[in-house]
Design a protein around this ligand. Structure first.
Ligand code: NAD
Ligand code: ZN
Length: 266
């Protein structure tokens, strides 16, 4: 919506919410794809915005992580530096609004690129959320799959100056996220493809839509006949592909959208 930039922030939020509500009322199957911009209002930095601590702590590619103990120690050091940056973060207005839309049956599925567990913390049930890039709030053994808590990993690093190893089998323990160069989780991709492919409305929220295959999901939905909308501050890689885009803060828009639609349900 080009006109949004000429409005006051409050007007732009309300205009975007009303316009989104019209689309949602027409839809039978409404799916969202969320990205890091969803969580910036909680103090969790996104990836590409200027000054992001991700730049100082870039993700370790998977092959390097596997290649040496030194790289693993460095990967863990960077992860904890980033985690410490937003210690104690709680879900924001946008997460709470989306959770409400899910509980009211208005949003069918939340597909997320985020690894911060905020949708779940806001109350979205496990069967309604698909994590494409895993979850950074725990770790797993790459050999036997056993879950390890971050406190255990941090102790290994900070007390013993070594990368954590599996308590059961001695295998390499890694945050339960999908690193660059690591295979996508098959079951999550299967569910996401099904959800996007059968949606008739897909809204990408707070994502630069530059990371694939996540960014291919709205295109799949659109090619199957869905309306594809973008709610994002700033440009995305798919602006020319969407039916409409709203360049505005996500949290307040989602909150207003949930209020508009709740009035319909009640
Ligand atoms: P990105 O950083 O590439 O893009 C985020 C987009 O959101 C930007 O265009 C930014 O302008 C916009 N944005 C920021 N705050 C916003 C707000 N309040 N309202 C609306 N828009 C806002 O993020 P991405 O596309 O998700 O890709 C980054 C990758 O890094 C993902 O794969 C993700 O797994 C990972 N990551 C996750 C988190 C997280 O879990 N919170 C944080 C950083 C990175
Ligand atoms: Zn193991």
């Amino acid at each position: 919506m080009d006109g949004l930039s000429k409005m006051t922030p409050a007007e732009a939020i309300e205009t975007a919410a009303q316009s989104l509500a019209l689309h949602v009322r027409r839809a039978k199957s409404f799916v969202v794809l969320t990205g890091a911009g969803m969580s910036t209002e909680c103090g969790i930095p996104d990836f590409r915005s200027p000054g992001s601590p991700w730049l100082a702590n870039p993700p370790m590619p998977y092959d390097r992580f596997l290649a040496s103990e030194e790289a693993r120690r460095e990967a863990w050091r960077r992860k904890f530096a980033l985690d410490d940056h937003h210690k104690g973060a709680v879900p924001g207005e946008g997460h709470r609004a989306l959770a409400r839309l899910v509980s009211e049956g208005i949003v069918e599925t939340v597909i997320t690129q985020n690894i911060d567990n905020m949708h779940q913390a806001a109350g979205v049930p496990a069967d309604k959320i698909i994590e494409l890039h895993g979850n950074g709030t725990y770790a797993c053994c790459l050999d036997c799959g056993r879950r390890h808590e971050l406190a255990f990993c941090r102790r290994a690093l900070e007390k013993d100056n070594r990368a954590p190893r599996c308590e059961a089998c001695g295998g390499i323990v890694k945050a339960a996220t999908i690193s660059f160069g690591q295979a996508m989780p098959q079951e999550a991709m299967r569910r996401a493809t099904l959800a996007a492919g059968s949606a008739d409305l897909i809204l990408a929220i707070g994502s630069s839509l530059l990371v694939f295959p996540a960014a291919s999901l709205p295109l799949l939905a659109r090619d199957n006949g869905a309306v594809f909308l973008i709610l994002n501050r700033g440009e995305t890689g798919l602006d020319d592909e969407a039916h409409e885009r709203f360049d505005v803060e996500a949290g307040p828009v989602l909150s207003s959208l949930a209020s508009h639609l709740a009035r319909r349900v009640n």
